[in-house]
Design a protein around this ligand. Structure first.
Ligand code: MD3
Ligand code: FE
Length: 207
């Protein structure tokens, strides 16, 4: 559990420094198991570009991107099977982090898993493929650090930078939910539990 109170990174965004540290090793075991069922892969955009982070999902739904665009769907297009179930430990961690920040009724149906190697990043975007923007988003960072860029409601708004390290959990809600955000290209680093990579778990209520 977090040893310190939430740090505000926006009017409705909270950084819980080290909140998942104690569980990190077991989360990584679960990520490995999910990856044997629904492998991490580079998805492509509608315009045919590959996303720099590799992705998979667990839960009732998964986020996918391909030549038809972005959406949530119940089956993994790579395997033709349902996404692996969300481990109970993932669900409890996400609910507990949300509750810590004042969101009492968060029941995510998706956990998107991103894997970044050095030099991979994620350009500024909004997450708006979900139905109900009053539901928060919870993210868990594992492995090597990354710089999270947080903008405004317009792409051209200035961004602030926050370092996300192993075990950090962030909760985004209310008006911060639709702000542009991204991940700066990762610097080469090593973490004892993940080697040269960073995982990010993003919990959402999509439907
Ligand atoms: C802020 N992932 O998967 S974490 C994403 O570290 C994504 O992998 C980044 O952006 C990562 O879409 C950033 C979290 C995050 C997710 C959704 C948000 C931050 C957000 C939605 C609104 C505001
Ligand atoms: Fe996002």
């Amino acid at each position: 559990m977090s040893q310190e109170p939430p740090r505000m990174i926006g009017p409705h965004s909270f950084l819980l420094k080290g909140f998942a540290s104690a569980e990190a090793a077991s989360l990584l075991v679960d990520i490995t198991s999910i990856g044997t069922q629904s492998p991490l892969r580079h998805m492509t955009t509608r315009r045919g570009y590959q996303l720099a982070a590799q992705m998979t999902n667990c839960g009732q739904l998964g986020w996918v991107s391909d030549s038809k665009g972005y959406r949530y769907q119940t089956d993994d297009p790579l395997t033709g099977q349902a996404w692996p179930a969300m481990p109970t430990s993932f669900l409890l961690l996400a609910k507990s982090a949300a509750q810590h920040c004042g969101f009492d009724n968060f029941i995510p149906d998706v956990c998107l898993i991103n894997r970044y190697y050095p030099r991979a990043g994620m350009s500024l975007h909004q997450d708006k493929d979900e139905k109900d923007f009053s539901q928060p988003i919870v993210s868990v960072s594992l492995g090597i650090p990354a710089v999270f860029l947080f903008g405004g409601l317009r792409r051209s708004d200035t961004t602030t930078a926050t370092l996300l390290e192993h075990g950090d959990v962030v909760v985004w809600g209310d008006e911060d939910r639709l702000r542009f955000h991204g991940i700066a290209p990762l610097k080469l680093a090593h973490h004892p539990l993940t080697g040269q990579c960073r995982f990010n778990l993003t919990f959402r209520r999509a439907h």
